[in-house]
Each structure stands twice: as C-alpha cells, then as structure tokens.
Design a binder for this molecule. Sequence first.
Ligand code: CA
Length: 518
Amino acid sequence: MRVLSLIFSLVVFVIGFFTPTQSATSSEQTAVPLPPRPNILFIFSDDHATNAISCYGSKLIDTPHIDRIAREGSRFRNCFCTNSICGPSRAVILTGKHSHLNGFIDNSSTFNGAQPTFPKLLQQSGYQTSLFGKWHLVSHPTGFDHWEVLPGQGDYYNPVFLGPPKTDGQAATKRTIEGYVTDIVTDLAIEWLDRDRDASKPFLMMLQHKAPHREWAPGPEELDLFRDVIFPEPATLFDDYSGRAGGAAKQEMTIAHHMNNLDLAIVPPKNLSAHQRARYEAAFAHENAALLRDNPKGDTRTRWNYQRYIANYLRCIAGVDRNIGRVLKYLDTTGLAKDTIVIYSSDQGFYLGEHGWYDKRWMYDESLRMPLVVRWPGLIQPGLVTDQLVQNLDFAPTFLALAGVKPPADMQGENLLPILRGESPADWRKSVYYHYYEFPQPHRVPSHYGVRTLTHKLIYYDAMNAWELFDLVKDPNEMQSIHGEVPSQSVFDSLRAELSRLRTAAGDSTGKSLPAGQ
Ligand code: CA
C-alpha cells in the first residue's frame, strides 16, 4: 500500500513537472501579488494605424521604441475601438462607457466633465494625475492635478497650449510654445515628472500626441527621412468598391480626389516662423518642382499623392517613436521604470491607402483596430502576444483595477488584468460591438453599427438600410460582402442575433433599429 502510494505520488509529481507551460505559467502568475499602486504612464497618439508599427509587422517603418514596450511587455493583436473617430474614442477611454452613454457620439459633441472618469477616480484614490497634449473633448479636463492641452486639433508648429484657469470658472490660461508639437508635449511631460511629481504618491500621466493626425506636418528632425524611398502600395489602393453595399463608393476620403495642398505639403503650414518655413519648403522643393513640371494625371497622380502622404505620415510617426524613446530613457535613468506601467495606444486605426483612402470612421479593420502595447515589469511576461478581443472600453476598468480601485458597476468594459497575466479566461468575450454616428459630413461615411468576431464581421448601415457580411479568414481585406449568399445564411443569422444581443447588453437603442428581415 505504502509503495503504491509512493508510486502514485511520484506519477503526480512527474505529471505536474511536465504540465504544459501555459498552465504552469498561469498558476505561477496568479500567485504573484500585484505591486502596490504602480505609476501609470499612458502614451497615446492620434490616428496611428498598426500597419505603421514594426512590431505589428509594418512593411513601411521601424518603430524601435514602441517595439521595445511590446518586447518587454505585451502586444494586443485584436484591440478594437467602439467608434472610430478621435473625440468619441477618447471619451470611451476616459469613462469605460460606449458613446451613447458617455454622450460624446461624434466630433460635434462636448464632453460632460462632471461624469465619473478613471483619472478622477484614480485622483480620489490618492494618485497624482496629469495630462499633456491633445485632448479634443471641448470642455476643460477634469480629474487632473495638472493639465496642459492643445485647443481643438492644435498646431504642429509653435502650438498654443491651454492650462488650468487661475481661478475656478475663469477662462483657461494660454501660452504659445515655439517648436514642434511632439517634442514639446514630451518636454512638458518630462518637466512635470522631474519638477512637479510628488514622490509620496503614485502618478497617472496621460501623454497624448497630436501626431500623426491630418495634415501630417513632420518636425524638423524628421523632414529629411525617407527621401527617395518608394513605399509599397497597398493591394487595395485602386479599389473599385464593387462587392460592398454602396456606401464605400460614395465617401469623400480618397487619396485620389479628397486631399488638399496642405495635406500634400505642396504648401507649408501657415504659422511657421521664417526660419521654420524656409526649412520646410526646402525639404519638399525638389519634389514639388518636379510635380509642377510633370503634372501627372489619373492613377499616376494618385500614386504620387500616396507616396507624399505616406512619407509625411510616417515622418510624423518617427517623431512620436523618437519621443517615446526619450520618455523610456527618462524612466530608466531615474529608476521609475520598475514601478511604472507604460501603455502605448492610439485613438483608432487609419487608412494608409487601403481602399484608396486616408482617414478612419469605417468598421473595416484598418480603422477599427487600435495599437495596444503594455509594459509592466515583474508582472507581464516579456513578449506576451494575445489575440483575445479587447476594446478601448476596457482601458478605464483596467487602469482602475491595476491601481487597486474597484471600477464603478456601470462601467461597461472588461478588466484586462487576467490577459496581462498571461491567462486565457474561458468566459472572455467572443465578439465586439461597434457604433459609428458622424454622417454625412465631413467625409460622407454612412452611420453604421456591427459586430466583429475573430473570424467574421457583420455591419448594418442604418443610414442606408444595408448590410455587409465578411469572412475575415478568406477575405481579410474585406473586398467581397457575402451577405445574401445562400451558404452564408447561417453565419448571418447567428451574427444578427449576436448584434441584437450586444445592442441590448450595451443599452444602445440609438440609431435606426435593426430591420426585422435581412
Ligand atoms: Ca484620431
């Protein structure tokens, strides 16, 4: 009996020893206690597509500093926004609630700063909170011990910054800082960490870049990058929009027809100093002279526009990445790195010529997908990559949870902590809900809502009572809707039911209701 028991114990030991890494890692990680009150550094940009980040497989650019965050932490391959446009995505991130509940449904909205937000809740729990850069929510920021933000979209060069009023109820204070916006926002953030940080408290900093938002004006340090580089064109640059429901053919966001001379750097931004202007014009002089001389037409001109647009977009990204490197270096040299969670994300994706477009808005993957990389020394296993479906809706409850603050019951997102620990929760969401409102202006993208799973996407265009259904495995570029095809009927039926369920779960009755039939 005793021998049998010994053999049994040995077998259990051996099986335990050879248990697959995932579950061993998982149980070990569950046992690791959360570090007490880590600092949270949320670095955020505007319109940065994953196709322009090298750790996401970009064929266009190297982004070593963003890649470093992913390499030393985690990378989310399926992070999606709930409403692909600047202000609404920011409001979702702050509140952990969908647009119809936080009230900021499109860029003509004004954010209600009286509602609960994660910075406010962190501040109340003892965090020192700060915000620098692009805000874009119209009302003054609330929940920050210090803030300094660009008014509206802000300027790339010599930007004006708004700061807290001297007395409550007064207008924001205002100052103009000479230089390039991505550098300046980083300077302000590092200055605050260096001079104003209260070492007795953990901090939350939101460091939010304007770049690479339209009109893609690169800074002086990046103006000469990529000269004479010919970038690869996306396979769908000359999309004819057949195979879709009709909305895609009627938008006004093409590289071929809807870019102006400022977008294309044929003229420089208006507010440059004489010295900056001379530098800027010199950088493009040769190419612009050739354009005037050759006067290309049709597809040749579209290709020229694409090359000019993408080069300047990527130059703006290079400026963001270089400045992320400055911040990471600051954390390293001060020893803050070990106690600081660093997150990099952007408010939505962007079209880099796919479907012939720039801009965002659509539920198609290029604008739906957000970059999300997170570094947390000691907790996240370096190099973690996850395909779990996550959303910007999850950021607020996650940031609260990792600070040990219980998220309010009416926050709609999920806490990402289990995924950051390398776990694969069996009950994790299997679909995400999306709702876009801003129509018809400025780009004539019809309002729509829909559901995406790991393999399929169903979109209902309530503005035009039309459906699109995509098989993302067979058709990742979303060129051929299979809605209405007999073999796809069961997929449609189940996704339609899931979309209806998601609308109810989110409490969303905005937009036109789902039609009874198909
Ligand atoms: Ca944006």
